[in-house]
Design a protein around this ligand. Structure first.
Ligand code: SF4
Ligand code: SF4
Length: 321
């Protein structure tokens, strides 16, 4: 595969190929989702990683392997999301990963449950240049918080949110941007106003988000209920299928997930520690997925799109998600 000349050439290629929904992509990813390790101290109810049948490896990504990944994609990379199916702050190298990527001008993002932060790590993340961190805290009482974030401590999560904000002030740092994400369910929707007040006191924006549930704990508020989940997901988070053209997910063992929604290793496309990425990016599986995502072919059971809500929506309505 012939590589793009530079970052701006790559951006032009990606924009063109995303627009035309080309099945063969000449551009390189400008965004990576890298899994620091599919391990977590919590057991959230709808998290695939919490389930017995989760079959990705649970080892942690080490710094050297992270540097290998970044080294390969670096000329084209704008963003690295350091999270997927696990809790990123449980990887002891996370601060060094952030610093390594940031020093190369790459924006780093983390989503965390904020139970595993301490003062030293807070300082390391700030000094390392972390661009944005999102705290997943769904409630302002332990009872409603732990109804979903099973095993988590609300007191610790809020204390750590405060700690990071104070450390940022102490170091007079502009980043990371700190965001509080509150998934709205039936059991916590009455706490939204209190969360707004607490967020105001902390000086941190709170974002109320839709959660995909089985309906039993779904919010009664129309915007956050489980009706029309694909539409709501797109409204809150954007359409994940575009990842097929610009942002693969790389698991801690090097496995490439064509899309971050993939929650079983049998739907993966290759392994960057065992193959050239160029041989994965346009292989048969990737090209088939792009045809499916652009409505040129029907998904079959060999691809995760068949099971995913966006793929189902396309099959039912005969339209592009
Ligand atoms: S905190 Fe995140 S990684 Fe951990 S169980 Fe919950 S959703 Fe999964
Ligand atoms: S249909 Fe689902 S699994 Fe397939 S690319 Fe889109 S979001 Fe990913």
């Amino acid at each position: 595969m012939k590589l793009p000349r530079n970052r701006s050439h790559n951006e032009r290629l990606l924009a063109r190929q995303l627009k035309s929904r080309s099945t063969f992509v000449l551009g390189m990813p400008n965004t990576l989702i890298v899994e620091p390790g599919a391990v977590c101290s919590l057991r959230c109810r709808f998290c695939p990683q919490s389930k017995q049948d989760f079959n990705f490896t649970r080892g942690l990504l080490n710094l050297r392997d992270f540097q290998r990944i970044i080294g390969y994609f670096e000329p084209y990379l704008d963003t690295v999301m350091l999270f997927n199916w696990g809790e990123p702050l449980m990887n002891p190298d996370i601060g060094r990963m952030v610093a390594y990527a940031s020093a190369k001008g790459i924006h780093t993002f983390i989503h965390s449950h904020f139970n595993s932060l301490d003062e030293a790590l807070a300082e390391e993340l700030i000094r390392g240049g972390l661009f944005e961190i999102t705290a997943s805290i769904d409630g302002v009482t332990q009872e409603s918080y732990a109804a979903y974030r099973q095993g988590g401590s609300l007191e610790r999560a809020i204390a750590n949110l405060r700690l990071l904000q104070e450390k940022k002030r102490e170091l007079r740092a502009d980043s990371p941007r700190i965001v509080w994400k509150f998934l709205v369910f039936r059991h916590n929707e009455h706490e939204m106003e209190s969360a707004r007040l607490l967020a105001g006191e902390l000086g941190i924006p709170v974002e109320f988000k839709f959660a995909v549930t089985d309906g039993t704990i779904s919010s009664t508020l129309p915007e956050f209920s489980s009706d029309r989940p694909a539409e709501k997901f797109i409204r809150h988070y954007g359409l994940p299928c575009e990842q097929l053209w610009k942002s693969p997910t790389i698991h801690a063992d090097g496995t490439v997930l064509p899309c971050c929604m993939v929650s079983h290793s049998r739907f993966c496309a290759g392994n960057v520690f065992q193959q050239e990425f160029g041989d994965i990016w346009n292989n048969e599986k990737y090209r088939f997925l792009r045809e499916v995502a652009s409505g040129k072919k029907e998904a079959d059971e060999s691809v995760f799109c068949y099971y995913c809500m966006f793929g189902r929506r396309r099959r039912v309505k005969g339209q592009d998600a």
